[in-house]
Design a binder for this molecule. Structure first.
Ligand code: TRP
Ligand code: SF4
Length: 330
């Protein structure tokens, strides 16, 4: 008998290259803890990646595989949760199409990510049908499993609101089929990149989960500390130092002591970085070990995704059938 309560959690991650510390702390660690408490569906959102990456698919397959390996390496366990690739379950697409019939255009045009992404990603035509419909596809991803909770970052909250609006409208027209899912906001600090800006693939400032210890050491060495601190005798300002931010995230028990020593000029930046580097490497060790094991059995990744596809399809097909029946299609 399962001890899990019957609540369902759904979330997806775009395969936009190797996953990094920001993904780990911002999402994946939370996913790993959720898999023990809920029925979880975690998927690689390859179709969502196409809404912005449609013109560059050369590395697409590798990127998808890389993310699958990362998901397993961080500790998602195919025995505890369903791990799959979005496009392997075409019911998402069919439900997306049905939802597109009832989603008013103004709802999509006022989603904040719509305008902000267009401004952010310069030099690419995002005036596409697929990109405007991004949140409709996301609503289908979530509602096809009748999710109760959706763990996401702050920027995704409007998408979950829209998901509820679509569910409400569907239920209003055709009868009560869909629940109204809630976002599960993780209360985590924004992960700085090695340059101090938010860690993001598009800034090229990430530390990837799969970076070698040597690469990580080089990146940590590049990190900006307190620019006003030229000599070791200068008093430091931890509040403006990226390395201090990292200590806060990965070295919490020692953070007050580090703050004091920095302010009192009792620790040098070189030693401070070294201490952080050791903490980070220790933190990543189990992940990297699992990754190496998985890489030795590439077929394992394929079979996990296949098993995930089968489990996800079963639920997705049942929900789609119910939706189509209530719409009078079947
Ligand atoms: N839009 C999400 C992001 O960029 C990824 C995503 C796609 C997702 N479908 C989802 C997240 C369904 C939660 C639920 O982070
Ligand atoms: Fe940053 Fe540490 Fe140097 Fe202080 S001692 S400025 S916290 S790197």
């Amino acid at each position: 008998m399962s001890l899990k309560p019957q609540k369902t959690v759904v979330s997806g991650i775009q395969p936009s290259g190797k996953l990094h510390l920001g993904n780990l702390i911002g999402a994946l660690e939370n996913w790993v803890s959720l898999q023990d408490k809920y029925h979880c569906y975690f998927f690689i959102a390859d179709l969502h990646a196409l809404t912005t990456g449609y013109d560059n698919v050369k590395k697409f397959k590798d990127d998808i595989n890389e993310v699958a390996v990362d998901l397993m390496a961080v500790g998602l366990d195919p025995e505890k949760c369903v791990i799959f690739k979005q496009s392997d379950v075409p019911e998402h697409c069919e439900l997306h199409l049905l939802f597109s019939m009832i989603t008013p255009l103004p709802w999509l045009l006022r989603v904040p990510t719509y305008k902000s992404k267009i401004d952010e990603i310069k030099g690419k035509d995002l005036g596409t049908y697929g990109f405007l419909g991004y949140p409709v596809l996301q609503a289908a991803d979530i509602l096809i499993y009748k999710a109760d909770f959706v763990p996401v970052g702050e920027d995704q909250v409007p998408h979950i609101e829209l998901t509820r609006e679509i569910a409400r409208r569907f239920n209003h027209f055709y009868g009560n089929v869909f629940p109204l899912p809630q976002d599960l906001l993780t209360n985590v600090p924004v992960m700085p990149g090695i340059d101090g800006r938010k860690m993001s693939k598009s800034y090229g400032n990430t530390i990837a989960l799969s970076d070698s210890p040597e690469t990580i050491r080089k990146k940590v060495n590049l990190m900006i500390t307190d620019p006003a601190r030229i000599k070791k005798e200068d008093k430091g300002h931890p509040g403006v130092c990226t390395v201090f931010e990292y200590h806060r995230i990965f070295n919490q028990p020692n953070v007050e002591q580090i703050r004091r020593e920095c302010i009192d000029a009792a620790r040098g930046c070189v030693d401070c970085k070294k201490e952080f580097l050791n903490h980070l490497l220790r933190y990543l060790e189990p992940i990297q070990k699992r990754r190496a094991e998985i890489m030795e059995h590439p077929k394992k990744v394929e079979s996990v995704l296949e098993e995930g596809r089968l489990k996800a399809s079963k639920i997705a097909a049942a929900t789609l059938y119910e939706a189509k029946t209530s719409m009078g299609i079947i």
